[in-house]
Design a protein around this ligand. Structure first.
Ligand code: NAP
Length: 276
């Protein structure tokens, strides 16, 4: 019987996940179908149980449900425990719901493997302190940077995030800084805010970018003000979140099917400019 998977969110019409997973299934000759499901805000938990009862094998979870998905899991991966959010649910035959978070993995794979930009001993600036930023911190620290600075419009949130991860990861080089104190240049600047979605300008100083820097915009599919700013600063490598989207999807596919799909053809399909 054909196994069923899908992505749950609200809104969900824009999601590229069905295209991505259908392509993965073709590439790896797996017999599965993958759909998108719009779930009303107040119906998330009962809807997930219904999907489970219907025999769906696994789900991707997107905004605004990742934290609620975390709360309903019987088992959580280490990555999900740090993120306190889940983007991948796996339903086992014995009724267990396992949760994982593949977002951090996706970004690191895109930056360090696809684009061969090492983060080891580099200074990283992470802009944002919401769910997306949180989901990256463990993976970023695992990449052994020299320093990870977290900044956020609401600075209190950055302070809290840094205090929590400093303690959990026992890492002295995670620091919170307000926008006004961003003076030195960084090797990698990641925009994990949603400012790009709303066409808001991030007020960033000119001095933030090293000549060999990588600037990463987590939003994909549009020319955001952060991407414009990065190109004005002559950053060496400027990436949007499409690569992360594809790589986090490949990791979810691996969790469900035990096979790693090649992600190369996805970039060709989407006409994305990428060198390997
Ligand atoms: P969230 O939890 O709502 O957090 C939003 C963050 O953006 C907060 O830090 C917020 O700051 C900041 N922000 C929003 N508007 C801003 C503005 N005008 N100026 C400065 N900061 C602003 O959202 P999230 O879940 O972290 O998602 C963030 C982004 O990541 C979304 O755009 C999402 O599409 C993207 N994302 C991409 C992928 C991918 O695969 N490419 C995966 C996950 C998420 P305050 O705390 O001050 O409000």
């Amino acid at each position: 019987m054909t196994d069923k998977y899908g992505v749950v969110g609200n809104p969900i019409a824009h999601s590229l996940s069905p295209k991505i997973h259908t392509e993965f299934a073709k590439l790896t000759q797996q017999d599965l179908i993958y759909d998108k499901y719009l779930v009303e805000l107040e119906e998330f938990e009962p809807a997930i149980l219904k999907f489970q009862q219907q025999g769906i094998k696994g789900l991707n979870i997107t905004a605004p449900f990742k934290e609620r998905a975390y709360a309903i899991c019987n088992e959580l991966s280490i990555r999900a425990q740090y993120a306190k959010a889940v983007n991948t649910l796996k339903f086992s035959m014995n009724g267990i719901i396992s949760g994982d978070n593949t977002d951090g993995f996706g970004l690191i794979k895109d930056v360090t493997i696809n684009h061969r930009f090492s983060l080891t001993d580099k200074s990283i600036l992470l802009i944002g302190a919401g769910g997306a930023a949180r989901s990256l911190i463990k993976s970023l620290v695992d990449a052994n940077p020299k320093q990870l600075v977290i900044t956020n419009r609401t600075f209190d949130k950055a302070i809290k995030l840094v205090a929590e991860f400093k303690q959990k990861l026992n890492h002295a080089s995670i620091v919170a800084k307000p926008f006004s104190e961003l003076i030195t240049a960084y090797d990698c600047i990641i925009n994990a805010t949603s400012a790009g979605l709303t066409d808001d300008q991030l007020e960033l100083p000119r001095s933030l970018v090293h000549s060999n820097a990588c600037c990463y915009e987590m939003v994909y599919g549009k020319q955001t003000s952060f991407l414009n700013w990065a190109s004005q600063q002559n950053a060496k490598l400027i990436l949007d979140g499409f690569g992360m989207l594809v790589e986090q999807a490949a990791e979810s596919f691996f969790i469900w099917r035990g096979v790693r799909p090649s992600t190369k053809s996805l970039y060709i399909l989407k006409n994305y400019d990428r060198t390997r």
